[in-house]
Design a protein around this ligand. Structure first.
Ligand code: UDP
Ligand code: MG
Length: 242
């Protein structure tokens, strides 16, 4: 196996839990989008304790292409943990996240990167969301409630297609469920947020890892902690030249 190319500018971090059937089309679409972006890249694929061959598929791809890097968790640890593990290995100055299940369209990558030009964090909005009405309605309520309680500017936190400048994420505490609060926590520390409408597609393979119940109640519970965190987060800028 050859060494990965030095210093990718863009790291695409993807958590995957039992998504084996989506990986090949995902990588094909992502490679095309990254080639069009014309910048040095890596894809960090995190296997979150899958039991369906996802880890083996990722390992095979990483062995074939040094720009694809495999991170394997010993057991299923959840989407936030998988993202944290991926971030800890990612080397790019720009960290892009999206889901493994093809619900996000990699062809939207240029729009996300363009939006990041004038921002520190970009968060997608699923313009025409392709999920059941129950999930769409419950997300709408949860997004509205979260925004009200936190003073959080994010319209659609459930859209996993996001991009961060590395500095915006550095030092943000990672906790179970933090993937629903990352852009808000960055903004609370002074990051500039831009939102972009993006495509959304129905899940083609495998099943969603969430029901309405587990997402809603855990999200509400986390709100209490994030509200406290918002009031206590350290926020500072180091004087230029120091
Ligand atoms: N995921 C993960 N670990 C988990 C649950 C989910 O890595 O314990 C990944 C999953 O494989 C997918 C992403 O997180 O890439 C979002 O999950 P899912 O598509 O099930 O969420 P939904 O789109 O239904 O909100
Ligand atoms: Mg999904």
């Amino acid at each position: 196996m050859s060494a990965p190319p030095a210093d990718p500018e863009i790291s695409v971090v993807i958590p995957a839990y039992n998504e084996v059937e989506s990986l090949d089309p995902l990588l094909a679409e992502l490679r095309a989008a990254l080639a069009a972006a014309g910048r040095a890249w890596e894809i960090v694929l995190v296997d979150d304790g899958s039991t369906d061959g996802t880890a083996e598929r990722i390992a095979a791809e990483a062995a074939r292409d040094p720009r694809v890097r495999a991170v394997r968790l010993e057991a299923n640890a959840g989407q936030s943990a998988a993202l944290a593990a991926g971030f800890s290995r990612a080397r790019g100055a720009i960290l892009v996240t999206l889901d493994a299940d093809l619900q996000n369209d990699p062809a939207d990558l240029p729009r996300v990167l363009a939006a990041l030009e004038g921002a520190d964090v970009v968060s997608g909005i699923r313009a025409e969301r392709r999920d059941t009405w129950l999930r769409i309605a419950s997300s709408r309520i949860a997004n509205g409630f979260r925004r009200r309680v936190l003073g959080d500017p994010v319209t659609d936190i459930g859209c996993s297609f996001k991009a961060y400048r590395r500095a915006a994420l550095e030092g943000i505490p990672m906790f179970v469920g933090v993937h629903r609060f990352l852009p808000a926590l960055c903004v609370f520390r002074g990051a500039r947020l831009v939102e972009v409408p993006l495509l959304h597609r129905p899940r083609r393979h495998g099943i969603s890892k969430y029901g309405v119940g587990n997402r809603l109640w855990r999200g509400l519970h986390d709100l209490v902690g994030v509200r406290w965190l918002k009031s206590r987060l350290v926020r500072y800028r180091i004087k230029p030249g120091d």
